[in-house]
Design a protein around this ligand. Structure first.
Ligand code: BG6
Length: 483
């Protein structure tokens, strides 16, 4: 299948924090892949901006090394790398001082799109925004891109939003949640709203419950400092899992347009009921291996921060009345496995009798690994006497079904191109972020005030036993976590 690449208009993209980890791992390799894909005009420029004493040549060397490390050999033809590096520039800049700003202003062109990627600590957002204006770098058409964390609670999120809005209009602010850039996440919208098959069944009448799972095998090693102040709730649930929940539960927007989609997502967050403590299980990983416990990897040896969380949520509206949404995410688990599973109700009347067993259709949207969809359909077990039933998957692996196109762009690539195109559909609006914190805050305050210790779970397991109980007590079970 031939992919249709639509080049974006020429741009100047300034990456503040251009020598940082995110730039090295994600932003620059992503831009390179879009370049070799023909999506970046050769008049577009990427301008790294940071404190390091580099010039264009030194930064190009830095970028070249990043590509060597983070882009597959096959995609890294020497000639293409050399062409890409010609479009790379560098400005040494002092985010909180005056150094470099006039140079930046001089370098930027008036007749192309300007985008500024704030790949720096949120405490610098205000200083950057002010200086961009003071030095006439920011016009009404420019865009800024910001990364999570968007605050650590409602109050800090509001403050951060205000800082950005003091200088930029909401239509210029692109808040990245990289889960929204994942191909399968967008596919969830296509599945729901471009097929007649699913939407009529997408409600409390036919759906028994929904499970959203995002598990990882990595731990917090090397990020202990950040993570201990954050925990799974702030790091994953308030943003990534919340976005998955919104796309699963939202009403069909009138059109696939930024505010139409974001209005619907916001309604879902606002419809969430507060959660009872009994409906949340928090965990911390432990290991037989020395130095491998969560507590070994953070400074505070009495930390009650969770590296795992499972919870039962209710979206309190007409469509979802009585349908539980179970969410779980954790580090150092059995496998890296992310999916949204829609578990349908059993057929209303069992004509095949008890021997046929209980059967439920399940639609699985697989985010990673092996992106794709799976639909469990109940059929007759072949060859058996009588009517014995069996659930078989109608499995669609995107890589297999779509050939090369199955290798969809990485989330960052897709999102950065959306910034240039000026499409905010897959970015979080300020009010969404605030609504998510308004729902999250009381839960965190609750367990902090009760000084509630997380349960323990073994590295490589499926989480604390209590998490399994969350479903068992209601006659349900979590789906397997498979590598
Ligand atoms: C980040 C979190 O936002 O998402 C990390 O801060 C987490 O803790 C990562 O590991 C997971 O992203 P992905 O794309 O690997 O599932």
């Amino acid at each position: 299948m031939v992919s249709r690449v639509i080049p974006v208009d020429p741009f100047d993209l300034v990456i503040f924090g251009g020598t940082g980890d995110l730039a090295r791992r994600k932003i620059l390799p992503g831009l390179f892949r879009r370049f070799i894909n023909g999506q970046m005009e050769d008049t577009s420029r990427i301008i790294g901006a940071a404190r390091s004493d580099y010039d264009d040549a030194a930064y190009r060397k830095f970028v070249g090394e990043a590509l060597k490390e983070f882009v597959d050999g096959g995609d890294r033809e020497k000639k293409q790398v050399a062409e890409f590096l010609k479009q790379i520039h560098y400005i040494q800049i002092d985010a909180t001082g005056t150094g470099g700003w006039d140079d930046l202003s001089e370098l930027l062109r008036d007749d192309v799109i300007r985008a500024f990627y704030f790949s720096v600590a949120p405490s610098l957002f205000g200083a950057l925004a002010e200086r961009l204006h003071a030095h006439s770098c920011a016009g009404p058409k420019c865009r800024i891109v910001v990364e999570k964390p968007f605050g650590r609670d409602l109050a800090t999120a509001k403050e951060l939003n205000q800082t950005l809005r003091d200088h930029f209009d909401e239509s210029q602010i692109y808040r990245i949640d990289h889960y929204l850039g994942k191909e399968t996440v967008q596919n969830l919208m296509a599945v729901r709203f471009a097929n007649v098959l699913f939407e009529p069944l997408w409600n409390a009448q036919f759906i028994d419950h929904v499970q959203i799972t995002v598990t990882e095998t990595v731990g917090v090693d090397g990020r202990g400092d950040y993570y201990d102040k954050s925990g799974a709730m702030r790091d994953m649930v308030q943003n990534h899992l919340m976005q998955l929940l919104c796309l699963t539960a939202m009403e069909p927007p009138a059109r696939f347009a930024p505010d139409a989609v974001r209005d619907e997502k916001l309604k879902v967050i606002r419809a969430l009921d507060p959660i009872e403590p009994d409906d949340i299980v928090r965990g911390q990983y432990v290991s037989d291996k020395k130095g491998d416990d969560f507590l070994d990897q953070v400074e505070d040896k009495d930390s009650i921060t969770e590296s795992f969380i499972a919870m039962k949520l209710a979206v309190s509206n007409w469509r979802w009345a009585g349908v539980p949404f179970y969410l779980r995410t954790g580090k150092k688990m059995k496998a890296r496995h992310s999916e949204i599973a829609i578990i349908f109700k059993e057929a209303p009347h069992a004509i095949f009798g008890q021997a046929a067993g209980r059967h439920q259709n399940i639609l699985v949207i697989r985010l990673q690994p092996n992106e794709g969809m799976d639909m469990l359909v109940t059929i007759k077990e072949p060859g058996q006497g009588g009517m014995r039933l069996l659930d078989v998957p109608l499995d669609m692996s995107f890589a297999e079904a779509l050939g090369e196109d199955g290798n969809a762009p990485d989330a960052y690539e897709r999102l950065i191109m959306d910034v240039i195109r000026g499409d905010q559909t897959l970015f979080m609006r300020g009010d969404e972020v605030e609504a998510a914190w308004a729902w999250t805050d009381p839960l965190i305050e609750g367990w902090m005030s009760r000084e509630e210790k997380p349960k323990t779970y073994e590295v490589g397991s499926t989480g604390p036993e209590e998490a399994a109980m969350l479903l068992h007590r209601e006659g349900r079970r979590w789906r397997d976590i498979k590598p």
